[in-house]
Structures are given as structure tokens and as C-alpha cells.
Design a protein around this ligand. Sequence first.
Ligand SMILES: C[S@@+](CC[C@H](N)C(=O)[O-])C[C@H]1O[C@@H](n2cnc3c(N)ncnc32)[C@H](O)[C@@H]1O
Length: 314
Amino acid sequence: MLPAMEQIILNPEKSPLPLEISGCLDRPVLLEIGFGNGEFPVHLARSRPEDIVVGIEVSLTCVLKAARRAIRAGVGNVHFIMGDARFLLRECFPDMSLDVVYMNFPCPWPKSRHAKRRVTNPSFADALASVLKMGGYYELVTDEEWYAHEVGEILGAHPSMRLERYTVNPVRPVTTKYERKWMEMGKDIHLVRIEKINNFTIKRVLSEVDAEMHLKAKIKELNLAKLRNLFNHEGGHKDSHWVFKDSFSNEQGVYLIEIIVSDQGFEQKFFIRIAESGEGVIFKLAETGSPFRTPAVKGALHDLCDRLRTESEE
Ligand SMILES: C[S@@+](CC[C@H](N)C(=O)[O-])C[C@H]1O[C@@H](n2cnc3c(N)ncnc32)[C@H](O)[C@@H]1O
């Protein structure tokens, strides 16, 4: 059983989302990305009861731990969203909606083949520049000196942001699990603060796609073999790509086909459900693993339907 359901948003499909939930656009909103066990956001929420604190975390275990911590602390002004912040930061928050974005001890992804995952990548910088309020800031704390310098140089060079502060071993109101770990090992802690100084906006992919994901087609003699023939078929359009994987069926004549998609490098896995209905066949997203309705999800649905329809007309 999930604790504090009202505080956990397990599958945010709408955008913008946390601000709607809090209903408090006029209150300061502070976000932490990758909050781990939740110590930092719960402390923030407790010490700033007038503000809204939001956390994004990709691990369900961490989200549950943090929610239990929030209940024990009796704070109601904190919300946790489960998912990948590289996508959610841009898609869930409108322009100029956040006062501060914190990141405490993210993995620095030191290997060059993982450089795209670092916060210094251009799409993260653009998302930050768009969601921060004017004068708002992004604050990163890390034990890796090279990483702190890279973040300061690259984000600080963005046309809408500037390096405001670089501090070694800052005094902080709360320490996190990783902070204590690095301090016990005698490592220095590096804090970089980047301030937003100019307006900036970016395109959101979710707002460009209509949420309707439901197609009907006449398909003759649909069967599992036909679906399995599509195994590993790929498709794509601009920055969106998809591939069809395994297919399954049940006794009621319902088929599920597994799909992997990517939108600007943001990956999702889900199923399309195909079932006979009246004179046609209905294609829709299966409830299991419900994905964000991105251009790649829509592209995959249409491509699957078109391929099966064309084949059945031949
Ligand atoms: C090294 S831990 C630091 C945890 C905590 N901030 C601390 O200082 O103790 C990094 C955290 O970031 C989370 N994380 C990694 N990539 C993420 C992403 N793309 N979106 C959201 N959270 C992410 C991980 O699940 C992990 O909990």
C-alpha cells in the first residue's frame, strides 16, 4: 500500500502538473531532482511551510521512502513525482514557474559515452533556463571538482543564465546521505549556483500531441503470426523513433504488442492493445505501463495500424 498517495504522483501524464496540484501559483516553488531518501525536500518543506516543495526521482523505492518520511514529519507542502527528470523538468513545469532547482550529488557520469546524461547537456540547460523564474537559480552540490567546474562553465555560458556562486565546503542547513558519505571520506564538497538573468522558452513535446490515442481499422484475419512478423520493425519522424518488439495474445482475442520509443533521447517502453470490435479492430495504448503521450508514441500507434491495414489489403 502506498503511503501519502496525495503526495505521490506516480504517472504524471498531464502538463503542467505539480503547480495545478498545489493550486498555489503565487507561492515560491522549490524543486529537487534526484532526492534519494527524501531528507533534503522534507527538510525544505518543514523549514519553509509557506512554500511548495516538489521532488522528481526516477526510483520508486526512493519515492516511497521519501513519502514515508514526509508523513512522519507531518509536512503537507511537498509533492513527489516519479520519473526521469530529463523529460519531466521540461514537460511538467511551465516557463518561469520555479524559484530554485536543487541537485544534490547527482551521478557525474564521468565516461565520455555517458556525457549526454550529464546536466551540462544542452537540452537540460534550455529546460532550466525556461522553467526558472527571473532571478531564480539552479544549485548543484557535488564531491567532484571537475564536474562542478564543467557545470559552472557550461550552464553559466547559457545566454539566459550566469554563474552566481562557486563555494567549496559550503555550510548547509541539512546534509544528505551522499554528502555525509563523501565528507566521512575527507572529500571536499563543491557548490555551484547558476542564476537566471534573461527570458527563455522551449517547445514542450507533450503539448504538441493530442492525448487521443485510439484508432480503428478494418484488418482481415488478424493473428499472432502477423504481429510477430513485425518484430524489430523500426520507424521514425524527426527526433522520434520507435521499434516493435514481442507480441502476445489471450483467449479473448486481445493482442498486446510491446513497443520501445525514444523522443529526443527520452526512452519509454509500453504496449499497444489490439482487439476486435464490431466490424473493425481497435488500436489503443494498454493500461499497463501507460506512457507519456509523446510524438513517438503516437507515431508508433499509427505506423502499426497502417502496416497491418496495408498488409491486409494486399
Ligand atoms: C547519487 S544519488 C543522490 C541522492 C541524494 N540527492 C543524496 O544526496 O543523498 C542520485 C539520485 O538521483 C536519482 N536519479 C538519477 N537519474 C535521475 C533522473 N534522470 N531523474 C530523476 N532522478 C534521477 C537516483 O535514483 C538517485 O536517487
